[in-house]
Ligand binder design. Structure first.
Ligand code: NAP
Length: 258
């Protein structure tokens, strides 16, 4: 019998590439994002290419009830989620005080709260039956504070710390947790955050990043940074004084603001 994978942010970018990978590897899919039309296009594409069943759940994860609604819908259908990919997320660029508070709170809801809720709701049954895999998408932004994108960097630092801790906590239960840290990746992310990224060779493709995450997840690795350059720059960031890396991030984020 085919296993079910739930992927948030499945309509675009890295989440779309995860969707293709899991389908190619024979998983049935539960796809979550806001854009119902786009999700249905993805579902049609996937089910015409691969012999898998796809369920779409259009949902805005910035709404406080979203994660529980998703869980209840899955439960109502009697589906058992073996793989959870918490991928949905977005960034906000600009001075903290000039961005509406409601936008900051929506970012916390999507990047942190919904991720924690889905992890809690789905990890419990996984632990009970002794099997499951969870992948949470953080970022290389997790490794230093990011002025002019302060909330985004902080949200990813949360995802990184929480997910690495949970991976250790669940050791021996049959449930693995993998943190994926992409660096700059070609997707809608930058235009949506009003960022101009002219970074040529440093930019990775979304399918490469998803493949790295998929392999790490399947090997039960607790943490993976995507690509050699990102691994190198993250090690350097971690080794340098915070004041120094914060200044660099401030310059980059202000310079690249749209
Ligand atoms: N691209 C990068 O350079 C980069 C680097 C490091 C980490 N990341 C992380 O990678 C993950 C995927 O980003 P991406 O680059 O693939 O960005 P993307 O192309 O903008 O895709 C984001 C996905 O999340 C969904 N999403 C956004 N807000 C949502 C909401 N309120 N409710 C439900 N779904 C929502 C979007 O679908 P809808 O719009 O239809 O809702 C879309 O499917 C994010 O967590 C991001 O922080 C990206």
């Amino acid at each position: 019998m085919k296993q079910w994978a739930l992927i948030t942010g499945a309509s675009q970018g890295i989440g779309y590439e995860f969707t293709m990978l899991f389908a190619a590897n024979g998983y049935n899919l539960i796809l979550v994002a806001r854009d119902q039309k786009r999700l249905e296009e993805v579902a049609d594409e996937v089910s015409s290419k691969y012999k898998v069943t796809v369920k779409v759940i259009p949902k805005d994860l910035s709404q406080p009830a979203a994660a529980l609604d998703i869980f209840n819908e899955i439960k109502g259908d009697g589906l058992e989620v073996e793989v959870l990919i918490n991928n949905a997320g977005f960034g906000l660029q600009g001075p903290f005080t000039e961005i509406e508070l409601s936008k900051h709170l929506a970012l916390i809801q999507v990047n942190i709260t919904a991720l924690v809720e889905l992890t809690h709701l789905l990890a419990r049954p996984m632990v009970k039956r002794g099997s499951g895999r969870i992948l949470n998408v953080a970022s290389t932004a997790a490794f230093q504070p990011g002025p002019f994108m302060a909330m985004y960097y902080a949200s990813k630092a949360f995802v990184y710390s929480f997910s690495c801790a949970l991976a250790r906590e669940l050791k021996g239960t049959g449930v693995t947790v993998t943190t994926l840290n992409p660096g700059i990746t070609r997707s809608q992310f930058h235009s949506r955050a009003h960022l101009k990224r002219d970074v040529g060779m440093v930019m990775m493709e979304a399918d490469q990043v998803a493949r790295i995450g998929y392999d790490a997840l399947m090997h039960g690795k607790p943490n993976i940074t995507a690509g050699f350059i990102n691994k190198l720059s993250s090690s350097v960031s971690k080794a340098l004084p915070t004041r120094f890396t914060t200044n660099i991030a401030a310059r980059l984020n202000r310079q690249n603001g749209g």
